[in-house]
Design a protein around this ligand. Structure first.
Ligand code: NAD
Ligand code: LMR
Length: 331
């Protein structure tokens, strides 16, 4: 076991995702069975008491890897020395809302948090934004952390990726582990584009499934893209355990690498690949090795994919412009 605990800050620690996430981090599922963690829980003052209750339960699990828990209601202290920051704390949408409707309410949270990360984070900090609208919130945080490499700010589209894997596995009648090389492009919103043109489905090309255009366009794509709303409708609350699971998967693969021959999806800062304007935080097909995400290059983008990627990227541009107007991107 390595001697020095990794500092993991989780915002919104008393929320429903926080509750599904913290125990898995403390048990070693995110960073590995050899890596002790020190948890820093950030909440707003009204959430501190509930966070204290969660901390008591974490203590009561006697996790061997859990080196300590601190509770904060102020970002500077919560992010001081942070190695892994999970920015979950934000208002979830309710029935009938789109995630973009949360921009004004939630965007303001990410400006001071980005500044606090800039001020005190460890040199190797890695940030995952879960709070919606995740891509644009990540952009806001990144804009306020000029001393941190932009590539360290990411937004979560792994939940969409996992949702797509299961839909394809069910359609093809194969185990989910046999579906590889799916991609979520664009925004974590209803415009996202789940792409299986390059997928490998139990050794067969995913493009075979795309021949059923009705399934592809009227079933697969909307089912994945609108899954969050379907869960809100069914549960009366937005996804929590599956969101926490996706956050664990994202950070795990970022730190430990993606499996040989496969890739995953993550919202990362665009370098202009695939016509996505540089600087936007957009979902791409990505691999990870040595602790860095890399965009999978050279994929052919057909007509349907081009239209869908462009539509989602156009929404990201609109969101960026809207938060710029709100003064959330700084100078
Ligand atoms: P929740 O309402 O249960 O919990 C949110 C918590 O954040 C609350 O405890 C609240 O007190 C806290 N909080 C609010 N402002 C904060 C701040 N400035 N600093 C620290 N904590 C703060 O919500 P939830 O279900 O846990 O969802 C959290 C966010 O995650 C929502 O925005 C939701 O839409 C989003 N989400 C994203 C994905 C994804 O795939 N990217 C998936 C599911 C949910
Ligand atoms: C999800 O995809 O489940 C989350 O982003 C919550 C939501 O608002 O849909």
């Amino acid at each position: 076991m390595s001697a020095t605990p990794v500092n993991v800050t989780v915002t919104g620690a008393a929320g429903q995702i926080g509750y599904a996430l913290l125990f898995r981090i403390a048990s070693g599922q995110m960073l590995g069975a050899d890596t002790p963690v020190r948890l820093r829980l950030l909440e707003i003052p009204q959430g501190v008491k509930a966070a204290e209750g969660t901390a008591m339960e974490l203590d009561d699990c006697a996790f061997p890897l859990l080196a300590g828990i601190d509770i904060h209601d102020e970002p500077r202290a919560a992010f001081d020395g942070v190695n892994v920051a999970l920015l979950v704390g934000a208002r979830p949408r309710g029935p009938g809302m789109e995630r973009g409707d949360l921009l004004a309410a939630n965007g303001g949270i990410f400006k001071p948090q980005g500044a606090a990360i800039n001020a005190g984070a460890a040199y190797d900090v890695r940030v995952l934004v879960v709070g919606n609208p995740a891509n644009t919130n990540a952009l806001i945080a990144q804009a306020h952390a000029p001393d941190v490499p932009a590539s360290r700010f990411t937004a979560m589209t792994r939940l969409d990726h996992n949702r797509a894997l299961t839909q394809v596995a069910k359609k093809a009648g194969v185990p989910v582990a046999d579906v590889r090389r799916l991609t979520i492009w664009g925004n974590h919103s209803a415009t996202q584009y789940p792409d299986l043109f390059h997928a490998d489905v139990a050794g067969r090309p995913g493009v075979e499934l795309t021949e059923d255009r009705t399934w592809l366009e009227d079933d697969f794509i909307p089912t994945v893209a609108k899954r969050g709303a379907a869960i809100i409708d069914a549960r009366g609350a937005s996804s929590a355990a599956s969101a926490a699971n996706a956050a664990i998967d994202h950070v795990h693969d970022w730190v430990h690498g993606t499996p040989e021959g496969d890739w995953t999806s993550a919202g990362i800062v665009s370098d202009g690949s695939y016509g996505v304007p540089e600087g936007l935080i957009s979902s791409f097909p990505v691999t990870s090795s040595g602790g860095d995400w890399e965009i999978v290059q050279g994929l052919e983008v057909g007509e349907l994919s081009r239209v869908k990627i462009d539509a989602s990227v156009a929404e990201l541009v609109q969101e960026r412009d809207a938060v710029r107007e709100l003064g959330l991107l700084g100078g």
